[in-house]
Design a protein around this ligand. Structure first.
Ligand SMILES: Cc1cc2nc3c(=O)[nH]c(=O)nc-3n(C[C@H](O)[C@H](O)[C@H](O)COP(=O)(O)OP(=O)(O)OC[C@H]3O[C@@H](n4cnc5c(N)ncnc54)[C@H](O)[C@@H]3O)c2cc1C
Length: 454
């Protein structure tokens, strides 16, 4: 039975009732968000791991499901090719395809302090840059996979992990979990998918580098001016001095907003009347900010060197917003977090529990889905070779794969956030030249596009 010794990390008030029985599983996943639930589905679908007993513990109440005929939800994700391949491999993609999603054919990113801009699209639009999918639809699809394939996966809602203890910390060979209501569980491998404030990660004792950006991401569902929207398949992002403003297509006449800005400004935007909010948003997309003349001159020289028309001519403008859906505005704090290692004896981390990144490049949950793929591959290979599930010797392979893939992307996204958080002229000049050079040099542009697309 689990004992709440000093080694165990406790989360929240200790209203714990002691229970004398401990249920044992092969794998326990702590946290049933997008990444934890997808992991449960991927484990259930893997032929080598399908016989493992898996328990998914989610603190929130039961997922209510997704209604594809209802209004669009305010939480959406730009999902890349690798993540779609993962959904295909676990039979979740047909469920999404049959409901609704919007392929992004082109992306335009531009500056507010100079004329620099970049446009991404696949040659001849042969492939989509990304797909915009509502978060609850993804959850619905992976839950359907769990239900359809898995008598060995058990899901418990309203099951908040209060404390955990890991092998080596208590003398037990198993990882142990105690819920806030006192129920106890043990397992060979505990996987922390419990988000940025992960209880599992804290107990693993790994070093964590984290930054609070003092910014919030405001999301909303928007109605566009019908005469300006066209087929609405472009994702738009303008870097403002306060943070990036992004419009992601949902339908021909609706888009989703992610507006990263300072905390007081986000609160102000949240409390505005709808008409006032729509005016502020339309203004933010076209407002003239103080120009860095040297940057504009350098861009003209660069464009004439490449024999291109100026970026002013290339520039397209996003459709104007007509209205904001009632009750769709919400804000989320933004920050950076990275765990120095994603594994230890008896435990592993996936998703935001291991890494959290600014949404400006739409990478956060895609990195988490990458973790899922790597972890399932590693566990399957380890099980086949006769390793125990919680053995660090093979978990380390998962750690290495993820660090190699995730760290450069995370540093790149953090670097972009830092680079675009200043109006200091030399930085504006350098970033404008960097953006425009990338626009003008197809091999570099394709390299970045391949990275973002997965
Ligand atoms: C505004 C915004 C826009 C974004 N846009 C994109 C995008 O376009 N593309 C992209 O790739 N990423 C995007 N992201 C990032 C993405 O949303 C996150 O990376 C993703 O949601 C992380 O999923 P997760 O399952 O790892 O963690 P979470 O979503 O945090 O889920 C953790 C789960 O664990 C549960 N939990 C927590 N603690 C406990 C506990 N003690 N016991 C039991 N359960 C627990 C929670 O209830 C929750 O269900 C965006 C983020 C923001 C804020």
């Amino acid at each position: 039975m689990l004992s709440t010794t000093s080694a165990a990390y406790t989360n929240g008030p200790t209203t714990t009732k002691s229970s004398s029985t401990t249920e044992h599983y092969d794998i326990i996943i702590g946290g049933g968000g997008l990444v934890g639930t997808t992991l449960a589905a991927a484990l259930a679908k893997n032929p080598t791991l399908a016989d493992k007993r898996v328990l998914l513990l989610e603190g929130a109440g039961e997922f209510k499901g997704f209604d594809a005929s209802g209004p669009y939800q305010n939480r959406v994700s730009a999902i890349n090719k690798n993540s779609i391949e993962l959904f295909e491999s676990i039979d979740a993609w047909p469920h999404i395809e049959a409901a609704r999603y919007k392929p992004v054919k082109q992306m335009q990113v531009w500056e507010s302090n100079s004329d620099a801009l970049i446009q991404f699209q696949h040659d001849n639009f042969a492939s989509d840059v990304a797909c915009i999918i509502e978060n609850d639809l993804i959850l619905d699809a992976v839950y359907a996979t769990v239900r359809a394939s898995a008598s060995n996966v058990k899901v418990l809602n309203k099951s908040r992990i209060e404390c955990v203890s890991l092998p080596g910390q208590t003398g037990s060979v198993h990882s142990q979990v105690q819920l806030q209501d006192g129920r106890n569980f043990s397992c060979e491998l505990l996987i922390g998918a419990d988000g940025a404030n992960s209880v599992v990660r804290k107990q693993m004792g790994v070093d964590v580098f984290s930054l609070n950006y003092d910014r919030m991401g405001l999301v909303a569902t928007l109605d566009l001016q019908p005469e300006e929207a066209g087929d609405n398949s472009v994702a738009w992002q303008r870097f403002l001095p306060t943070g990036p403003l992004a419009l992601l297509p949902l339908t021909e006449q609706q888009s989703s907003l992610v507006w990263s800005t300072t905390v007081p400004h986000a609160k102000q935007l949240l409390s505005m009347e709808p008409a006032q909010f729509v005016d502020a948003l339309n203004e933010a997309f076209c407002r003239q900010y103080p120009r860095v003349e040297l940057a504009d001159l350098a861009l003209q020289a660069l464009n004439s060197f490449f024999g291109n028309s100026s970026s002013q001519h290339l520039r397209q403008f996003p459709p104007s917003v007509r209205d904001v859906q009632s009750g769709s505005r919400a804000v989320f704090p933004l920050g950076f977090l990275h765990a120095s290692s994603y594994v230890c004896q008896g435990a592993a981390l996936v998703g935001d529990a291991a890494h959290r990144v600014h949404p400006l490049a739409g990478q956060g949950v895609n990195l988490g889905f990458g973790d899922v793929r790597h972890l399932v591959e590693t566990l399957a290979a380890g099980a086949y070779a006769g390793f125990k599930l919680g053995d660090t010797q093979h978990l380390t392979k998962y750690d290495r794969k993820c660090l190699t893939k995730n760290v450069p992307i995370m540093l790149g996204v953090h670097g972009l956030h830092t680079l675009y958080s200043t109006e200091f002229s030399p930085v504006v000049l350098l970033r404008s030249l960097g953006l425009q050079l990338t626009q003008n040099l197809p091999p570099i542009k394709n390299f970045f596009m391949r990275g973002a697309m997965g």
